[in-house]
Design a protein around this ligand. Structure first.
Ligand SMILES: C[S@@+](CC[C@H](N)C(=O)[O-])C[C@H]1O[C@@H](n2cnc3c(N)ncnc32)[C@H](O)[C@@H]1O
Length: 210
């Protein structure tokens, strides 16, 4: 894929009208995604993994990679000592690539923003990179993560700054005031794809679940 194709694919995702549209774009992109993101200098997996490792002990289990895509984070979680990690994604094509890497204990096709197919309090930690962003998942995807993360667990998310400013940070302040969680880490704004012209800033946060 040339640079123009990649940019138009990213543009199509950002402007997708429905979760089904998002899934279709990623299904078609799945086989080239890792190569394209590598060329774009994609930093969310490394940064979110660093934040997770700061707050979650080695070997904590099970973990959920929410919006796991092709499993870039799963590969690094396996290397760094987290061996029981489940993957959830809306795109069957992305999950098929993730499955081939052999780093997840389970793969689930489901949509953040709906009730997720997991029991209450079942994960020790949740990580989600590049998902809470324009045209993907908004603040509506947050609440069910608190149902499935165990008390004392940690949720690490990257959030596009435009979402953060338009409701996400306010929702987290509400959840903190209600005693649901505490914001324990926040990188502040950084650019997730320095090799991609016009990428707007995101941040990575960690939430401790009460
Ligand atoms: C930019 S990719 C990030 C993938 C992976 N986390 C990474 O960092 O490489 C965004 C992923 O979110 C998934 N996605 C988008 N909307 C979703 C939703 N509502 N529920 C679950 N996954 C979703 C896409 O299918 C895609 O795999």
């Amino acid at each position: 894929m040339n640079a123009e194709d990649k940019t138009s694919r990213l543009g199509a995702v950002y402007q997708a009208a429905s979760p089904q549209d998002v899934a279709r774009v990623y299904d078609a992109w799945a086989e080239k995604y890792d190569e394209d993101m590598s060329l774009a200098g994609y930093r969310h997996p490394a940064i979110s993994l660093a934040i997770l490792a700061r707050h979650v002990p080695k070997g904590a289990a099970p973990l959920l990679d929410a919006g796991a895509g092709t499993g870039l984070i799963g590969e690094w979680l396996a290397i760094t000592g987290f061996r029981h990690v489940e993957a959830l994604d809306i795109s069957s094509g992305m999950l098929a690539v993730a499955g081939r890497k052999g780093v997840y204990t389970a793969l689930r096709q489901a949509a953040l923003g709906t009730r997720l197919p997991f029991a209450d309090n079942c994960f020790a930690a949740i990580i989600s990179a590049g998902v809470f962003t324009s045209g993907h998942v908004g603040v509506e995807g947050l609440d069910d993560l608190f149902r499935i993360c165990a008390p004392g667990g940690v949720i690490v998310l990257t959030v596009k700054d435009v979402l953060w400013q338009s409701g996400f940070s306010a929702r987290i302040a509400e959840l903190e005031a209600a005693g649901v969680c505490a914001l324990i880490d926040d990188t502040g704004p950084y650019v997730s794809m320095p090799g991609e012209e016009g990428t707007t800033p995101s941040r990575c946060i960690a939430l401790k679940v009460h």
